[in-house]
Design a protein around this ligand. Structure first.
Ligand code: FDA
Length: 309
């Protein structure tokens, strides 16, 4: 990545946490171009999208957007939305689980309250035969998030899994530890702005660690979500699976809604399990800006779509 792209990426990631920019963007609503990546503002819109994806052979994981909350009452409202979402998934027989951000449940404000909110959701999911993925946020919350999952597993709730980010130096250690605990893991490259003492600064190094983690998980036989749109890495994974005769039911590919949709459907048609990450909600701004930061060409797309409006 050249220095201008790096600088641009850093500026966008800083913008993701900026309240004034968020307030301004929300005025324009999803018309700003975010509707390419966000299924809508309501649960009903998200479920409509999921049913369409299901009809095209894709599974889904649904994320109710919201992060950086200031009061526990907000966390409780988010928790209640997830409880209702799980009910609706079940009622509509949608092929979807849920993904949530631990800080949205209050983990940063009051770890014990955050834990209780997450536990309630995981408990409800268990009763409905569903699964909860704890998304991984920036490295301030890695330990606390892994701790929540560990505690829930110890309490007999196996229907919860975490995300491991290949850009963090610590991830190989975390994967080894999770493998001995038999956790269900989603592997990603990592989407946040991290300091050099925590994360590999070079994309090439992230890719090497990502492949190392994929290999380790696939050989362990423990269920793994390989979440990437990187076609060379997807092709490499397919070859690895073939050579090592990894059973197809032990992993799935995961991609984000709005990105590489054709590839998602092609992989599903080839017989791989593919899960599409479907976000919805009013608080779409930080999620949207992270998607812009991942690919500067998305900003050109955004500017073009704004000119048309
Ligand atoms: P890379 O960034 O190298 O992209 C490969 C190619 O994919 C690009 O060349 C481009 O063509 C396409 N592409 C990638 N991003 C795009 C975009 N935004 N718009 C258009 N095209 C794009 N991160 C995290 O820190 N915590 C988490 O919990 C999660 N959860 C998660 C779930 C799922 C299902 C996915 C797919 C991703 C995440 N991520 C995440 C995000 C992840 O860390 C990473 O930032 C993105 O997936 C982009 O990295 P890629 O692996 O796609 O590779």
């Amino acid at each position: 990545m050249d220095w201008t792209t790096k600088l641009f990426r850093s500026l966008l990631l800083a913008l993701a946490g900026n309240r004034a920019a968020e307030a301004l963007a929300l005025k324009y609503g999803l018309r700003l171009g975010a509707d390419k990546f966000v299924a809508g503002e309501t649960r009903a819109e998200a479920l409509r999208t999921v049913k369409q994806l299901n009809a095209n052979g894709l599974l889904a994981t649904i994320d109710h957007l919201g992060e950086g909350i200031r009061h526990l009452s907000e966390a409780e409202a988010f928790r209640d939305e997830y409880l209702a979402l799980l009910e609706d998934i079940s009622q509509e027989e949608a092929k979807a689980n849920v993904s949530l951000k631990p800080t949205q449940m209050g983990l940063a404000l009051d770890p014990e309250a955050g834990y209780r909110n997450i536990r309630e959701i995981v408990d409800k999911a268990r009763a409905l035969g569903n699964f909860v993925r704890l998304d991984m946020e920036d490295s301030r919350y890695t330990d606390a998030t892994l701790q929540v999952a560990r505690r829930l597993h110890a309490e007999g709730m196996g229907n919860v899994g975490v995300v491991i980010q290949a850009y963090l130096y610590r991830s190989e250690y975390d994967i080894r530890r999770l493998s001995s605990e038999k956790g269900n893991v989603r592997l990603v490259k990592g989407a946040y702005k991290e300091p050099k003492d925590k994360a590999y600064p070079k994309m090439s190094e992230v890719d090497i660690q990502f492949k190392r983690l994929i290999k380790r998980r696939l050989l362990s036989g423990l269920y793994t979500g390989i979440a990437t749109h990187d076609e060379p890495i997807i092709e490499w994974t397919k070859r690895f699976v073939e050579v090592h005769q990894v059973p197809l039911h032990t992993f799935e590919f995961q991609m984000l809604y709005g990105i590489r949709m054709k590839l998602q459907e092609e992989l599903a048609a080839e017989g791989y399990t593919v899960r599409c990450y479907v976000p919805y909600g009013r608080l779409w701004f930080p999620y949207f800006v992270r998607r812009l930061a991942e690919r500067p060409a998305n900003v050109a797309f955004l500017l073009k779509s704004l000119r048309k409006k």
